[in-house]
Design a protein around this ligand. Structure first.
Ligand code: ZN
Length: 208
């Protein structure tokens, strides 16, 4: 996605609306909407804050009915992140594109933005329809571009977050540095317990 990066330095709108930024917004919304067991229904303020972080303009009017419908959309979108491989991820996206989105169209929101693609049925679509459609569009483009699943589920057993896969290189496994560090520390502790007899054996043979 080199062209997006170079455009991003000169065009703030492109920064906020790049495919990768949209996919990260999707992951952040899924996490705030479905990430916790103890609080099955998040507060509208928490969701509005995520939208604000990703450039949504004020006023952000969102009520508890919107949140319930967005949560249902988030549960559908989690299937793409849970797929684990590019083929089932594509199949999950195809199901969503068939059943839950409108046709591909271009909008400039009445001339207030550059032309860009939308998959919701109209510019005033409800939050849940916009969330599902904009997410499907971003995840579809990422899968197309990289021929990889666009994201995954955090490998930490105590975390239910999703994350967006970023760029080439080794596959990412955790949603955040926090989860990666916690699991590394836990693995280190387990290694110390399991490795006690091994280190004794090494001491006896003079190995480091
Ligand atoms: Zn995590």
């Amino acid at each position: 996605m080199r062209y997006i990066r170079s455009m991003a330095s000169t065009d703030d709108w492109s920064t906020r609306h790049s495919v990768l930024a949209n996919a990260r917004r999707t992951a952040a919304l899924i996490n705030v909407l479905t990430g916790t067991d103890d609080q099955p229904q998040p507060q509208p303020d928490a969701v509005a804050e995520v939208l604000r972080q990703y450039g949504e303009l004020e006023p952000i009017e969102i009520n508890s009915g919107d949140i319930a419908r967005m949560r249902a959309a988030a549960l559908l979108l989690r299937e793409v992140f849970a797929a684990g491989h590019v083929d089932p991820a594509a199949e999950a996206l195809n199901r969503l594109l068939l059943e839950h989105t409108g046709r591909l169209r271009l909008t400039s929101h009445g001339g207030s933005t550059p032309w860009h693609p939308h998959l919701d049925r109209h510019d005033d679509a409800p939050w849940d329809e916009w969330f599902l459609a904009s997410s499907c569009l971003a995840l579809t483009v990422l899968l197309w571009d990289r021929q990889r699943p666009p994201g995954g589920l955090c490998a930490s057993p105590s975390c239910q977050n999703v994350y967006v896969t970023q760029g080439p290189g080794p596959a990412r496994r955790y949603c955040s540095r926090r989860c990666a560090t916690r699991e590394r520390v836990a693995a280190h502790r387990r290694g110390h317990q399991d490795g006690t007899s091994l280190s004794r054996a090494r001491e006896s043979t003079g190995e480091a």
